[in-house]
Design a protein around this ligand. Structure first.
Ligand SMILES: [Zn+2]
Length: 126
């Protein structure tokens, strides 16, 4: 992930970790911000669970919202691509994998990159 680990506290401008509920420098209550920062992860996990149950539409809806919060989330794009492929939206699937590859290329965790490339090739041969 290329995401920054910290952000500036709105009260004191000090560095705060993304999921911290309280600013370590000024003790400001950052619970609401922490919840917002966790939202894309919660949505992604909900999508993953829905996908495992075969609830494609629910999974896709959750991923779209997750991506709205975090447009550079290669993992969310990759999963969305797989789900679009399953629901016969080949063009959308290809676009999603292209987005995943775009963000993966600037990130450290591209260990599943090869797998997705072969999936893309398969889609292209259909
Ligand atoms: Zn602060």
């Amino acid at each position: 992930m290329t995401r920054k680990e910290t952000y500036a506290c709105p009260t004191c401008n000090g560095a705060v970790r993304y999921h911290a509920a309280v600013c370590p420098k000024c003790d400001a209550d950052l619970g609401a911000i922490a919840q917002l920062n966790e939202m894309p992860d919660v949505l992604f996990n909900t999508a993953l669970e829905a996908a495992r149950k075969g609830q494609l539409l629910e999974a896709i809806e959750n991923l779209l919202v997750a991506i709205h919060f975090r447009p550079d989330d290669a993992g969310a794009w990759r999963l969305l691509g797989k789900l679009c492929g399953k629901s016969d939206s080949e063009k959308s699937a290809q676009e999603c994998f292209a987005m995943a590859l775009r963000y993966e290329s600037s990130s450290k965790d591209n260990d599943t990159c090869g797998m997705d490339m072969s999936f893309l090739k398969k889609l292209g041969n259909m």
